[in-house]
Design a protein around this ligand. Structure first.
Ligand code: URA
Length: 242
C-alpha cells in the first residue's frame, strides 16, 4: 500500500495534509527519514512513525453509535432511517454493518464495523459476551423475578434462557414502574422484552449500555458516534472487561 494511503486510512489527516507532513520529514518508515508519499509499504510489517509516535494501522473500521429510537439496525431499508444514516457521508461505506440487532425503539450502544470476525465473536452465544441493558418496566419487579432470571427464564415459546443478572435500580409504587439493569449473554430476537413478558411485565423503555468491554460513551448524544479508541478495539478483541 502507498505510504500516504496508509496514513489516510490510519486517520492521520487528509491525503494533502499527509503529503505535506511527509515532505516536511515528519514521517519515518522503519526508522528511515528518506520517505516519499508514493512509496509502497507492507501495512502488516512496516513501523511507521509520525512525529516520533508509532502509527497504529487499522484495516477495519469501528464506530460506537449512541442509537436513537426510531432508526432501525440494518444497513438499508425502503421506508425507515437506518443506523447507517446516522453516519456522515464520509464515514459511510458499503462494508460497514451493525453488530447485533436492536429494536427500532431501543436506544444506546451499537458497534458499527467492517470486522466480521469480531462481530461473530461478540454475537456467538458460545463466547459468553455480556450485553448490559437498562430498562423501565411497567410493573413492580420483585426479588422473586431476580431469582427467576438468575435460574433461567423460560420464554412463552418454551425457550429456556441462560442465567441472567437482574438488578432492581428503583421502584416507583405510585407509577407502578421499575428501573432495572439486566446483563445477559444471549441475543435472541426481542430477548429482553420477551424475558419480562414471561414474568407478566412490560418493557416500556430499553437502552443497551455495554457489550463486553465496550461501554456506552455518555458524552455521545443520541444519534452521535465516534471511532473506537485503539484500547477499546484491543480489549474487545480480547473479550476482556475494561
Ligand atoms: N432485547 C430486546 O427485547 N430488544 C432489543 O432491542 C435488544 C434486546
Amino acid at each position: 500500500m502507498r505510504l500516504d494511503k496508509y496514513l489516510v486510512e490510519a486517520r492521520k489527516g487528509s491525503r494533502k495534509e499527509i503529503q505535506s507532513m511527509i515532505k516536511k520529514g515528519y514521517v519515518t518508515v522503519n526508522g528511515s527519514k528518506s520517505v516519499v508519499a508514493k512509496q509502497q509499504i507492507r501495512e502488516d510489517e512496516a513501523k511507521v512513525c509520525l512525529l516520533g509516535q508509532p502509527v497504529f494501522y487499522q484495516k477495519n473500521h469501528y464506530y460506537l453509535l449512541n442509537k436513537p429510537a426510531g432508526v432501525i439496525s440494518a444497513t438499508e431499508d425502503k421506508s425507515d432511517r437506518t443506523v447507517m444514516d446516522c453516519l456522515s457521508k464520509s464515514d459511510q461505506r458499503d462494508d460497514l454493518f451493525p453488530v447485533g440487532r436492536l429494536d427500532k425503539d431501543t436506544e444506546g450502544l451499537l458497534l458499527l464495523t467492517t470486522d466480521g470476525v469480531l462481530a461473530h465473536q461478540l454475537l456467538s452465544p458460545k463466547k459468553h459476551v455480556d450485553k448490559e441493558y437498562q430498562a423501565t418496566i411497567h410493573g413492580i419487579v420483585t426479588e422473586e423475578d431476580v431469582q427467576n432470571f438468575s435460574a433461567g427464564i423460560r420464554l412463552k415459546d418454551d425457550f429456556l434462557c441462560k442465567s441472567a443478572s437482574l438488578t432492581i435500580l428503583k421502584i416507583s409504587e405510585e407509577k407502578g414502574e421499575s428501573n432495572i439493569s439486566l446483563v445477559i449473554q444471549e441475543g435472541k430476537f426481542h430477548q429482553v422484552k420477551r424475558m419480562f413478558e414471561a414474568v407478566n411485565k412490560k418493557v416500556i423503555y430499553l437502552k443497551i449500555v455495554r457489550m463486553g468491554s465496550l461501554v456506552l460513551d455518555e458524552a455521545l448524544g443520541l444519534g452521535e458516534y465516534r471511532p473506537l479508541t485503539q484500547e477499546e478495539i484491543l480489549l474487545l478483541k480480547k473479550n476482556k472487561k475494561s
